[in-house]
Design a protein around this ligand. Structure first.
Ligand code: NOJ
Length: 843
């Protein structure tokens, strides 16, 4: 049974607790109405005041224009809202991606989100966000479509995991918050996506196989403790927009799910910005607006279909009273508040690039081939971001194995560099659109989460330069199948460095039969055989992996001839320079795993559902909170390499755990009622004023707010109960402030420990704090804090984590609130999720 807002049973708000408890098998997503209106709290006051004034001065059609995209390829950006010509206000430009500007030139191609996470360094999360934000700003982009917390990374083969950060919600939450602050400090609105449960690519949208997108089915506790967590952090960081996902959640579409949008996001998390649909993820008109959607993208119902769910239809819905004015005003005010909050009113420059053509001259309305003029101004926005790209790429390279002092290399007499993955793509780094092929070295996955490379330094290029500087004899082979050439190149060398990769991306492109999600967890292009061949020939084989996530390394990791193993992820444009820094010890490795490396595919306990057995396909998240390391721990599965693990060229020692109890006072559930829904300005209900102006030239397939037919009146309306109500509404006990009840962020304990560099070289250690919440139903441990400590030999520093009330709590379905259970709580501190020398009990 499919539930949409218009067909759902209507239940009273008071019965949520029992509903939420029941919604664990996917057949029900409880309705929640009305859609909460903005209140302008938590740092949004000024922006809200400006937005109110702005929206109050708009006509109905102008308000509608802010909410609706102009259609695919209607304007320069991947998404563009309508404009307000009367005020000289250009439509809002939304542009991919989470790792740099998609479809542009003279921009940077940053390391992936997953790589950023692997640095475990908040400073770098924020600098990366800020540098990306500055580039978007320079090109005249209003909204950067990133960062990503969905997928979180439930299944290792999930195609878009690398766009996000880590399957751990705390690491992802910190990375989301810092990235958002960085982007928004640059004067650009960040967009946290894809909300929510967008955990695989197969059947994420209706397609030739299924009529309906898959439904991710999960319970209320898992929702709060795992998947919603990083979105709560995003809201707390002040994110301006959130993109709702293609998939369904408990059998209600992400972009019209009143429970996830109205109840969780806008009420409980007190989100003040706007919700934008993923491109064509909207499936209804008024119903989606009442369920909490504020902006539709790309605006047309389907790619270049020329029709729309909103635009003229929303105009008609307001005129005939189906859509209350307060809801439209709230949509427009949320959009403009985000705009003012990040300072777009002063930061904005005209959009000076065009997604659909790299030529200097072309069409401003590419879909219609209309308006020939200059469309690309080739503005160079790279600044000195190459340095940051190189730093993050190096700081995200995990040293997994290093024996016999294989690394760092010290002016070796001769080396051989083996593997296609070390070499340039012969067609150039951008030769496949949206990186939809796997040729040459892999530095980003494929899909909309990409950017054009300004250049891509392949490992072969940088290593060869290093060899030239050192007087090292250098040989290289790029053909993964030519084993005799490989054998010949290895002769007489001190070290063999072999590169291999595994790629994935977004579902609209299939690469080598992988429709977004990976078909397996093995290396691509004969990589496993290549590594085995080199290792069989060379006693000093160093393996470097560029992969989108875990691959099965168990076969070769224990090979005695493999002396070193490194994971470099998707390092972006500075790939070769960064890996050279690491291999030669110019940078001491400090990165740690952001996911678990299982020994075999089954070890994760969950997988992509490739072949649906129902329509909509039912993806039952029965494992609950137990994904990645939590699943391995709970089931006694030994991984190849654990979450949080990574070596350095030096060593560290942990000591002196101290726990200090704070007294923030008891937790009070939020009470009271909201104000009534405000409206801004008056609506002109004269239909003839909403028609196309006389003589108006309509661009082909462009979406307009003007009425196209007579407004239907007096039809039977059957909207969910309460959905049109603008009266004061009850606040939720766990809500009331950005990211939930503000007392959730009270500090309950301060935990400190001493970390000492006990080796011979300077290094960075990433100490980690894990917590056992204590109940038999809880994971063995969960990550709660981390830091990056830069230490000279013999130097010590203090690692400190502030544990908040949320950190110590479980979600209680019955009271719809966070509760600290009576089970004993233990903290663990150490170098990885399985190397935790210090522990203590919380009193
Ligand atoms: C679909 C993708 O899921 C989303 O991440 C992206 O921002 C939009 N397309 C626009 O390209």
């Amino acid at each position: 049974m499919l539930f949409s807002p218009s067909t759902s049973l209507v239940l009273l708000a008071g019965s949520f607790a029992s509903l939420a408890a029941a919604q664990n098998d996917g057949d029900f997503s409880p309705p929640s109405y009305p859609s909460p209106w903005m209140r302008g709290g938590n740092g949004w006051q000024d922006a809200y005041a400006k937005a109110q004034e702005f929206v109050g001065g708009l006509t109905l059609l102008e308000k509608i224009n802010l909410t609706t995209g102009v259609g695919w390829e209607g304007e320069a950006c991947v998404g563009n809202t309508g404009s307000i010509p009367r005020l000289n206000f250009a439509g809002i430009c939304l542009q991919d991606s989470p790792l740099g500007i998609r479809f542009a030139d003279l921009n940077s191609a940053f390391p992936s989100g997953m790589n950023a996470a692997a640095t475990w360094t908040t400073r770098l999360f924020k600098s990366r966000g800020n540098a990306m934000g500055m580039e978007h700003r320079g090109k005249g982009i209003d909204v950067q479509l990133g960062p990503v917390a969905g997928p979180l990374g439930r299944v290792p083969a999930g195609g878009r995991n690398w766009e996000g950060f880590s399957p751990d919600p705390v690491l992802t939450g910190v990375a989301m918050a810092e990235t958002i602050k960085g982007i928004q400090d640059a004067g650009v609105v960040a967009c946290a996506k894809h909300y929510i449960m967008n955990e695989q690519e197969h059947n994420r949208e209706p397609n030739g196989t299924v009529k309906f997108a898959y439904s991710a089915n999960l319970d209320d506790k898992t929702m709060h403790e795992l998947y919603l967590w990083p979105f709560a952090d995003s809201v707390r960081a002040g994110v301006g927009s959130i993109m709702c996902s293609y998939n369904q959640i408990n059998n209600s579409y992400g972009s019209q799910n009143s429970y996830t949008l109205n109840y969780l996001l806008k009420n409980e998390l007190d989100f003040q910005g706007f919700v934008v649909s993923d491109w064509w993820a909207q499936h209804t008109g008024v119903a989606s607006a009442l369920a909490g959607l504020d902006m539709t993208m790309a605006g047309d119902q389907n790619l270049a279909s020329g029709n729309t769910w909103w635009g003229s239809n929303l105009t008609a819905a307001v005129l005939n009273g189906t859509m209350p004015q307060w809801r439209l005003d709230d949509m427009a005010t949320r959009i403009m508040s985000a705009y003012f909050k990040v300072g777009r009113d002063t930061a904005r420059v005209p959009t000076n690039f065009n997604s659909w053509s790299s030529e200097t001259f072309g069409y401003i309305h590419p879909q219609a081939n209309e308006g020939y003029q200059q469309i690309n101004y080739h503005v160079n926005v790279q600044a000195d971001h190459a340095r940051l790209c190189r730093e993050i790429a190096g700081a995200s390279t995990v040293l997994l194995k290093n024996v016999n002092n294989a690394l760092p290399l010290k002016k070796p007499k001769s080396i051989a560099v083996i593997g296609e993955d070390a070499h340039d793509n012969p067609g150039g780094p951008n030769s496949c659109g949206d990186r939809g092929c796997n040729r040459g070295t892999l530095a980003m996955g494929w899909g909309s989460g990409t950017a054009n490379f300004p250049y891509l330094i392949a490992p072969n290029t940088a290593l060869k330069e290093q060899a030239a500087r050192d007087g090292t004899k250098y040989s290289n082979v790029s053909d993964n199948y030519d084993f005799s050439a490989v054998t010949a190149a290895l002769q007489g060398t001190d070290a063999a460095i072999v590169f291999a990769n595994a790629d994935s991306g977004e579902a609209y492109i299939s690469v080598d039969g992988n429709t977004g999600d990976r078909n397996n967890l093995t290396l691509w292009g004969n990589g496993d055989a290549l590594i085995a061949h080199v290792a069989s020939q060379h006693p000093n084989t160093i393996v470097v992996l560029h992969t989108v996530g875990a691959v099965i390394v168990e076969e070769f990791k224990n090979h005695p001839n493999i002396t070193a193993l490194l994971w470099a992820g998707l390092p972006g444009q500075e790939s070769g320079n960064a890996i050279t820094d690491i291999l030669y010890g110019k940078r001491n490795p400090s990165a740690k795993n952001v996911f678990t490396w299982g020994k075999k595919r089954e070890d994760w306990g969950v997988d992509v559902v490739y072949t649906p057995t129902a329509d909509p396909p039912q993806l039952n998240f029965k494992e609950g909170n137990f994904i990645d390391y939590r699943y391995f721990d709970a089931n006694g599965i030994e991984p190849s390499y654990e979450f949080g693990f990574g070596l350095s060229y030096t060593t560290f020692e942990y000591s002196d755990l101290k726990i200090q109890k704070m007294s923030p006072g008891p937790y009070e559930p939020t009470k009271g009622m909201t104000k009534a829904a405000p409206t801004f300005g008056t609506i002109d209900f004269n239909e003839s004023n909403a028609e196309f102006p006389p003589g108006f030239h309509a661009v082909n397939k462009y979406i307009y707010p003007y009425l196209s037919d007579d407004v239907p009146r007096d039809q039977v309306q059957n909207w969910p109960e309460g959905s049109l109500e603008g009266t004061p509404q009850p606040k939720l006990p766990a809500g009331g402030s950005a990211g939930g009840n503000r007392q959730l962020y009270d500090v309950m304990y301060v935990v400190t420990a001493t970390v000492k560099n006990t080796g011979g070289v300077k290094g960075v250690e990433i100490p980690q704090l894990y917590l056992s919440l204590g109940a038999p139903t809880d994971p063995r441990i969960v990550l709660r804090g981390f830091d990056d400590l830069i230490l000279d030999p013999n130097e010590s520093a203090t690692f400190e984590v502030k544990l908040t009330r949320r950190d110590l709590s479980n979600w209680d379905t019955a009271s719809q609130n966070w509760v600290v259970s009576n089970y004993p709580k233990t903290v663990y501190v150490g170098a990885s999720s399985r190397d935790l020398p210090l522990s203590g009990t919380l009193a």
